[in-house]
Design a protein around this ligand. Structure first.
Ligand code: NIG
Ligand code: FE
Length: 421
């Protein structure tokens, strides 16, 4: 027998319903329910409506009431569709070198960069990796994130990639957020691999892909298309094999130079992420495709480079997701709310566009059609912020955090009861 729960009254609910998947969104498109309530059961939303109406509808039913004191606004749980929170070590040295004038690619060539994290991650046990993932996931939860994507890509051998993906799976089983894992074995050509890039990619697709399927470790394959990583020509057979085996594709594209987004479109990737270097040609291509463009402002802030041209991408008719890219190298901050608010400021995005980018459009980038909006049948994943006006959330650029976070209808974070207040 399902247990009905009614939560409210809420000064405003922003259900993120009735808006398009693609293209620009004006703020008047945001549906706002004043003095609202949410009725849910078994982790799923039953109805979102005016609180008093819901109260009278459940009058004669056995309902668990969560009666809120004071003012709260409510939004769907955020979806962070691109992170690398499974790793060992730190790259503080890269940060210092970068600020002293070295480029990301120069630092990589001098033994820093992704390879440094590969060495540190290989040294870590699966248990230690899980500990790190959980620590970082907690930080995301405090930002109202209820679904998080996590990539491998710092193992770069069959066994070490498996260690990472098993750690991600186990961490997800131990933590109330939903984890979506992605295999990024094509992050770079491992420096200790005896063979060229093609030989490495062939080994991964022949030996690792079948185990990913067998152990249900992931159904997503990512690749970094860049001069220091893989070219479109080098990566194509690898992606073809992944598609043949039924994997979804996502691409690290156009971060420093173009080429990746074209591959994403060609392979009908679910998303093309980064796009800081995309020019009019790439933006037009993406705009005509169904690929979700994902901006990663945390990487721009971390590296001190241009932001993804999010305004132009939206105006070209694309769906824009915004993710933290949380990783030890280019984006150690891992604060989705701060980063998406800053991107909104820098790129002149409406609040509707930013919020869509971290809710239903980010869910679409992960092919999840049951979250990112608050409506009947969707997951009861939502956050409450202590205010009367939803505009306060982005306006405060991440300094204003949720006071409560619910996942599948369960309170999983309460700021007032948090030990780390
Ligand atoms: O998304 N661009 C490639 N991969 C990551 C960075 C990884 C790292 O520097 O460790 C990114 O920015
Ligand atoms: Fe990334």
């Amino acid at each position: 027998m399902e247990q009905l729960t009614l939560i409210g009254p809420l000064s405003q609910i922003i259900p993120m319903t009735g808006m398009s998947l693609k293209g620009p969104l004006s703020d008047d498109k945001l549906h706002i329910i004043e003095n609202g309530g949410i009725l849910y059961a078994d982790g799923l939303v039953k109805k979102v409506d005016v609180y008093k109406k819901l109260l009278s509808e459940v009058e004669n039913l056995n309902v668990h009431m969560i009666r809120l004191e004071g003012n709260h606004i409510c939004m769907p749980g955020f979806v962070d569709s691109h992170t690398h929170i499974c790793f060992g070590g730190s790259r503080a040295r890269d940060y210092a070198m970068r600020n002293a004038g070295k480029t990301y690619l120069q630092i990589a060539a001098e033994g820093g960069g992704i390879w440094d994290t590969v060495i540190q991650t290989r040294k870590a046990s699966q248990k230690e990796l899980i500990k790190g993932i959980l620590k970082r996931a907690k930080q995301h939860l405090k930002n109202g994130v209820t679904t998080i994507e996590v990539k491998s890509g710092y193992g770069l051998t069959v066994e070490e990639e498996l260690k990472m993906l098993r750690a991600i799976k186990e961490a997800g089983e131990q933590f109330p957020l939903n984890f979506v894992s992605t295999c990024l074995a094509a992050h770079m050509h491992p420096k200790d691999f005896t063979g060229d890039k093609t030989a490495y990619l062939t080994e991964i697709s022949e030996q690792l892909f079948p185990i990913l399927v067998k152990e249900k470790l992931t159904n997503r394959i990512d690749a970094f298309i860049e001069s220091g990583a893989f070219s479109p020509t080098e990566i194509s057979p690898y992606l073809s094999r992944a598609v043949e085996m039924g994997f979804d594709i996502t691409i690290h594209a156009d971060q420093f130079s173009v080429g990746g987004s074209e591959v994403a479109v060609k392979f009908k990737a679910v998303s093309a992420d980064h796009l800081e270097a995309s020019s009019a040609h790439e933006i037009e291509l993406l705009g005509k495709s169904n690929v979700i463009a994902t901006a990663l402002p945390g990487a721009s802030l971390g590296l001190g480079c241009d932001f993804t041209p999010a305004r132009k991408i939206l105006d070209a008719g694309c769906a824009l997701a915004i993710a933290s890219d949380h990783n030890p190298g280019s984006a150690p901050m891992g604060d989705l709310l701060t980063q998406s608010a800053v991107l909104g400021t820098m790129e002149k995005l409406t609040n509707a566009e930013v919020l869509a980018g971290i809710t239903y459009r980010a869910a679409a980038a992960l092919k999840l059609s049951d979250r990112g909006q608050l409506k009947a049948g969707f997951l009861a994943d939502f956050s409450l912020f202590h205010t009367t006006n939803y505009n306060e959330v982005l306006y405060n650029q991440g300094a204003f955090k949720p006071c409560m976070v619910f996942k599948d209808g369960k309170l999983i974070y309460d700021k007032h009861n948090s030990q780390e207040r």
